[in-house]
Design a protein around this ligand. Structure first.
Ligand code: PMP
Length: 284
Protein backbone atom coordinates (compact mmCIF):
# COMPACT_ATOMS: atom_id res chain seq x y z
CA UNK A 1 0.00 0.00 0.00
CA UNK A 2 1.36 3.38 -0.88
CA UNK A 3 2.33 5.91 1.77
CA UNK A 4 2.54 9.68 1.34
CA UNK A 5 5.92 11.36 1.67
CA UNK A 6 6.65 14.97 0.70
CA UNK A 7 4.17 15.26 -2.12
CA UNK A 8 4.41 11.74 -3.46
CA UNK A 9 2.53 8.49 -3.01
CA UNK A 10 4.98 5.61 -3.06
CA UNK A 11 5.47 2.12 -1.58
CA UNK A 12 6.59 2.14 2.06
CA UNK A 13 9.75 0.23 1.09
CA UNK A 14 10.75 3.12 -1.18
CA UNK A 15 10.03 5.94 1.27
CA UNK A 16 13.25 7.61 2.47
CA UNK A 17 13.92 10.36 5.01
CA UNK A 18 17.30 11.97 5.75
CA UNK A 19 19.05 10.90 8.97
CA UNK A 20 19.49 14.65 9.55
CA UNK A 21 15.72 15.03 9.70
CA UNK A 22 14.87 16.99 12.84
CA UNK A 23 12.22 14.45 13.70
CA UNK A 24 14.98 11.86 13.94
CA UNK A 25 17.55 14.12 15.64
CA UNK A 26 15.31 16.04 18.07
CA UNK A 27 11.82 14.61 17.96
CA UNK A 28 11.06 18.04 16.45
CA UNK A 29 7.70 17.40 14.88
CA UNK A 30 3.99 16.83 15.31
CA UNK A 31 1.54 14.08 14.47
CA UNK A 32 -2.12 13.20 14.26
CA UNK A 33 -4.14 9.99 14.13
CA UNK A 34 -7.51 10.00 12.39
CA UNK A 35 -9.87 7.02 12.72
CA UNK A 36 -11.73 5.90 9.60
CA UNK A 37 -14.92 3.83 9.76
CA UNK A 38 -16.31 2.16 6.65
CA UNK A 39 -13.86 4.29 4.63
CA UNK A 40 -15.13 7.54 6.13
CA UNK A 41 -12.81 9.66 8.26
CA UNK A 42 -14.38 10.43 11.65
CA UNK A 43 -14.02 14.01 12.96
CA UNK A 44 -11.40 14.81 10.33
CA UNK A 45 -11.95 18.57 10.62
CA UNK A 46 -11.29 18.42 14.38
CA UNK A 47 -8.15 16.31 13.92
CA UNK A 48 -6.81 18.68 11.27
CA UNK A 49 -7.62 21.66 13.50
CA UNK A 50 -5.64 20.05 16.34
CA UNK A 51 -2.76 19.43 13.91
CA UNK A 52 -2.86 23.13 13.03
CA UNK A 53 -2.92 24.12 16.72
CA UNK A 54 0.05 21.88 17.50
CA UNK A 55 2.01 23.24 14.51
CA UNK A 56 1.31 26.78 15.73
CA UNK A 57 2.38 25.70 19.23
CA UNK A 58 5.83 24.66 18.00
CA UNK A 59 6.14 27.63 15.59
CA UNK A 60 6.09 25.49 12.48
CA UNK A 61 4.03 26.74 9.56
CA UNK A 62 1.50 24.29 8.18
CA UNK A 63 3.21 22.98 5.02
CA UNK A 64 -0.13 22.18 3.35
CA UNK A 65 -3.51 23.86 3.05
CA UNK A 66 -6.44 22.13 4.72
CA UNK A 67 -7.87 20.97 1.39
CA UNK A 68 -4.57 19.28 0.54
CA UNK A 69 -4.56 17.40 3.87
CA UNK A 70 -8.09 16.24 3.16
CA UNK A 71 -7.05 15.00 -0.27
CA UNK A 72 -4.11 13.07 1.14
CA UNK A 73 -6.31 11.41 3.75
CA UNK A 74 -8.97 10.58 1.17
CA UNK A 75 -6.45 9.07 -1.22
CA UNK A 76 -4.81 6.96 1.49
CA UNK A 77 -8.22 5.72 2.59
CA UNK A 78 -9.19 4.88 -0.98
CA UNK A 79 -5.99 2.96 -1.68
CA UNK A 80 -5.87 0.94 1.53
CA UNK A 81 -7.47 -2.53 1.60
CA UNK A 82 -9.31 -2.07 4.92
CA UNK A 83 -12.73 -0.49 5.59
CA UNK A 84 -11.78 0.65 9.10
CA UNK A 85 -8.46 2.43 9.20
CA UNK A 86 -6.21 4.60 11.24
CA UNK A 87 -4.57 7.42 9.28
CA UNK A 88 -1.28 8.65 10.71
CA UNK A 89 -0.02 12.13 9.76
CA UNK A 90 3.36 13.53 10.71
CA UNK A 91 5.14 16.81 10.05
CA UNK A 92 8.71 17.49 11.13
CA UNK A 93 10.83 20.61 10.84
CA UNK A 94 12.74 18.96 7.99
CA UNK A 95 16.41 18.17 7.39
CA UNK A 96 19.11 20.84 7.36
CA UNK A 97 22.70 20.07 6.28
CA UNK A 98 23.96 20.46 9.85
CA UNK A 99 22.85 19.74 13.39
CA UNK A 100 21.78 22.80 15.34
CA UNK A 101 19.04 23.07 17.95
CA UNK A 102 17.74 26.40 16.63
CA UNK A 103 15.31 26.30 13.70
CA UNK A 104 16.79 25.75 10.23
CA UNK A 105 16.46 28.50 7.59
CA UNK A 106 12.97 28.99 6.19
CA UNK A 107 14.21 27.47 2.92
CA UNK A 108 14.37 24.02 4.55
CA UNK A 109 11.07 22.31 3.78
CA UNK A 110 9.10 20.45 6.42
CA UNK A 111 8.97 16.66 6.08
CA UNK A 112 5.42 15.42 5.61
CA UNK A 113 4.60 11.75 6.04
CA UNK A 114 1.25 9.95 6.12
CA UNK A 115 0.13 6.36 5.98
CA UNK A 116 -2.87 4.14 6.61
CA UNK A 117 -3.05 1.08 8.84
CA UNK A 118 -5.98 -1.14 9.85
CA UNK A 119 -8.07 0.23 12.74
CA UNK A 120 -8.48 -2.43 15.40
CA UNK A 121 -10.87 -1.29 18.13
CA UNK A 122 -11.14 -3.36 21.34
CA UNK A 123 -12.86 -6.70 20.74
CA UNK A 124 -16.18 -7.53 22.45
CA UNK A 125 -14.26 -9.89 24.78
CA UNK A 126 -11.83 -7.15 25.82
CA UNK A 127 -14.69 -4.69 26.31
CA UNK A 128 -16.62 -7.21 28.41
CA UNK A 129 -13.67 -7.76 30.73
CA UNK A 130 -12.20 -4.27 30.68
CA UNK A 131 -8.46 -3.78 30.92
CA UNK A 132 -5.85 -3.40 33.64
CA UNK A 133 -3.89 -0.19 34.15
CA UNK A 134 -1.18 1.11 36.43
CA UNK A 135 -0.54 4.59 37.75
CA UNK A 136 2.83 6.24 37.19
CA UNK A 137 4.27 9.66 37.89
CA UNK A 138 3.76 11.97 34.91
CA UNK A 139 7.29 12.71 33.76
CA UNK A 140 6.35 14.58 30.59
CA UNK A 141 7.13 18.21 29.85
CA UNK A 142 4.81 21.13 30.51
CA UNK A 143 3.11 21.28 27.07
CA UNK A 144 1.19 18.02 26.98
CA UNK A 145 -1.57 19.84 25.06
CA UNK A 146 0.62 19.66 21.95
CA UNK A 147 0.51 16.44 19.95
CA UNK A 148 4.25 16.26 19.33
CA UNK A 149 6.28 13.24 18.27
CA UNK A 150 8.67 13.54 21.26
CA UNK A 151 6.91 10.79 23.19
CA UNK A 152 9.66 9.30 25.32
CA UNK A 153 7.88 9.75 28.66
CA UNK A 154 4.70 8.26 27.15
CA UNK A 155 6.72 5.39 25.67
CA UNK A 156 8.38 4.58 29.01
CA UNK A 157 5.07 4.78 30.89
CA UNK A 158 3.28 2.50 28.43
CA UNK A 159 6.19 0.03 28.44
CA UNK A 160 6.09 -0.12 32.24
CA UNK A 161 2.37 -0.96 31.97
CA UNK A 162 2.96 -3.64 29.35
CA UNK A 163 5.74 -5.25 31.40
CA UNK A 164 3.21 -5.57 34.23
CA UNK A 165 0.64 -7.12 31.90
CA UNK A 166 -1.41 -3.92 31.75
CA UNK A 167 -2.94 -2.04 28.82
CA UNK A 168 -2.37 1.52 29.96
CA UNK A 169 -0.46 3.74 32.39
CA UNK A 170 -2.42 6.59 33.99
CA UNK A 171 -0.26 9.66 34.53
CA UNK A 172 -0.34 11.34 37.94
CA UNK A 173 1.01 14.84 38.33
CA UNK A 174 0.94 16.64 41.71
CA UNK A 175 -1.55 14.00 42.96
CA UNK A 176 -4.03 14.56 40.09
CA UNK A 177 -4.65 12.10 37.26
CA UNK A 178 -4.27 13.91 33.93
CA UNK A 179 -4.69 11.22 31.28
CA UNK A 180 -3.17 7.96 30.05
CA UNK A 181 0.07 7.42 28.14
CA UNK A 182 -1.98 7.44 24.92
CA UNK A 183 -5.55 8.10 26.06
CA UNK A 184 -7.73 10.44 28.07
CA UNK A 185 -9.24 9.34 31.35
CA UNK A 186 -12.76 9.59 32.78
CA UNK A 187 -14.00 8.65 36.25
CA UNK A 188 -17.51 7.82 37.48
CA UNK A 189 -18.51 8.21 41.14
CA UNK A 190 -22.08 7.88 42.43
CA UNK A 191 -23.52 8.44 38.96
CA UNK A 192 -21.46 11.58 38.33
CA UNK A 193 -19.07 11.61 35.36
CA UNK A 194 -15.77 13.39 36.03
CA UNK A 195 -13.39 14.62 33.32
CA UNK A 196 -10.09 16.42 33.84
CA UNK A 197 -10.09 19.94 32.35
CA UNK A 198 -8.18 20.83 29.20
CA UNK A 199 -5.00 22.45 30.43
CA UNK A 200 -1.46 22.52 29.06
CA UNK A 201 -0.88 19.30 31.02
CA UNK A 202 -3.34 17.17 29.01
CA UNK A 203 -3.87 16.36 25.35
CA UNK A 204 -7.24 17.71 24.19
CA UNK A 205 -8.58 14.41 22.88
CA UNK A 206 -10.99 14.41 19.97
CA UNK A 207 -12.73 11.42 21.59
CA UNK A 208 -12.77 13.35 24.91
CA UNK A 209 -14.77 16.11 23.17
CA UNK A 210 -17.20 13.57 21.72
CA UNK A 211 -17.72 12.06 25.21
CA UNK A 212 -18.49 15.50 26.67
CA UNK A 213 -20.96 16.18 23.86
CA UNK A 214 -22.64 12.80 24.36
CA UNK A 215 -22.87 13.34 28.12
CA UNK A 216 -24.62 16.68 27.54
CA UNK A 217 -26.89 15.23 24.87
CA UNK A 218 -28.00 12.40 27.18
CA UNK A 219 -28.35 14.63 30.29
CA UNK A 220 -25.59 12.70 32.00
CA UNK A 221 -24.41 14.67 35.08
CA UNK A 222 -20.85 15.79 34.37
CA UNK A 223 -18.17 17.79 36.12
CA UNK A 224 -15.05 18.93 34.31
CA UNK A 225 -12.47 19.44 37.02
CA UNK A 226 -9.19 18.07 38.30
CA UNK A 227 -9.47 14.47 39.56
CA UNK A 228 -7.46 13.67 42.67
CA UNK A 229 -5.53 10.42 42.77
CA UNK A 230 -7.63 9.42 45.82
CA UNK A 231 -10.83 9.85 43.75
CA UNK A 232 -9.37 7.70 41.01
CA UNK A 233 -8.68 4.94 43.54
CA UNK A 234 -12.21 5.01 45.00
CA UNK A 235 -14.03 5.42 41.68
CA UNK A 236 -17.00 3.26 40.64
CA UNK A 237 -15.76 3.34 37.05
CA UNK A 238 -12.61 4.44 35.26
CA UNK A 239 -12.45 4.68 31.46
CA UNK A 240 -9.75 5.34 28.94
CA UNK A 241 -10.76 7.00 25.68
CA UNK A 242 -8.99 7.52 22.37
CA UNK A 243 -9.60 7.45 18.65
CA UNK A 244 -8.49 3.82 18.44
CA UNK A 245 -9.70 2.48 21.84
CA UNK A 246 -12.98 4.47 21.74
CA UNK A 247 -14.41 4.05 25.28
CA UNK A 248 -12.73 1.26 27.23
CA UNK A 249 -13.30 0.36 30.89
CA UNK A 250 -10.29 0.09 33.18
CA UNK A 251 -11.40 -2.61 35.60
CA UNK A 252 -8.13 -3.18 37.45
CA UNK A 253 -5.93 -0.36 38.72
CA UNK A 254 -2.55 -1.12 40.26
CA UNK A 255 -3.71 -4.69 40.81
CA UNK A 256 -6.93 -3.75 42.62
CA UNK A 257 -10.47 -3.95 41.20
CA UNK A 258 -12.10 -0.69 40.07
CA UNK A 259 -15.60 -0.69 41.61
CA UNK A 260 -16.80 -4.29 41.44
CA UNK A 261 -14.05 -5.15 38.96
CA UNK A 262 -16.41 -5.25 35.98
CA UNK A 263 -17.15 -2.59 33.34
CA UNK A 264 -19.74 -0.28 34.90
CA UNK A 265 -23.16 0.64 33.50
CA UNK A 266 -22.33 4.21 32.48
CA UNK A 267 -19.25 3.10 30.54
CA UNK A 268 -21.32 0.49 28.73
CA UNK A 269 -23.95 3.14 27.90
CA UNK A 270 -21.32 5.66 26.79
CA UNK A 271 -19.75 3.07 24.49
CA UNK A 272 -23.18 2.47 22.93
CA UNK A 273 -23.86 6.23 22.60
CA UNK A 274 -20.49 6.54 20.92
CA UNK A 275 -21.34 3.76 18.43
CA UNK A 276 -24.77 5.28 17.72
CA UNK A 277 -23.19 8.70 17.21
CA UNK A 278 -20.55 7.30 14.87
CA UNK A 279 -23.17 5.46 12.85
CA UNK A 280 -25.39 8.53 12.61
CA UNK A 281 -22.53 10.74 11.44
CA UNK A 282 -21.26 8.12 9.00
CA UNK A 283 -24.68 7.66 7.40
CA UNK A 284 -24.96 11.37 6.49
N1 PMP B 1 -3.86 11.65 25.43
C1 PMP B 1 -2.73 11.21 24.83
C2 PMP B 1 -1.42 11.44 25.54
C3 PMP B 1 -2.80 10.56 23.59
O1 PMP B 1 -1.67 10.14 22.99
C4 PMP B 1 -4.06 10.33 22.98
C5 PMP B 1 -4.21 9.57 21.70
N2 PMP B 1 -3.37 9.94 20.71
C6 PMP B 1 -5.20 10.81 23.63
C7 PMP B 1 -5.07 11.46 24.85
C8 PMP B 1 -6.58 10.63 23.01
O2 PMP B 1 -6.76 11.52 21.94
P1 PMP B 1 -7.80 11.20 20.79
O3 PMP B 1 -9.13 10.98 21.44
O4 PMP B 1 -7.78 12.42 19.95
O5 PMP B 1 -7.32 9.98 20.08
Amino acid sequence: DPVYLNGQFLPLAEARVSPLDRGFLYGDGVYEVIPVYSRRPFRMAEHLARLQATLAGIHLGNPLPLAEWQKIVERLVEQAPWDDQSIYLQVTRGADDKRDHAFPPASVPATVFAFASPLVTPSPAVRAAGVAAITVTDQRWARCDLKVISLLANVLARQQAVELGCAEALLIRDSYVKEGAASNVFVVKDGLLLAPPKTQLMLPGITYDVILELAAQHQQPLEVREIAEAELRTADEVWMTSSTKEVLAITTLDGKPVGNGKPGPLGVRMWQWYQDFKNTVMRK
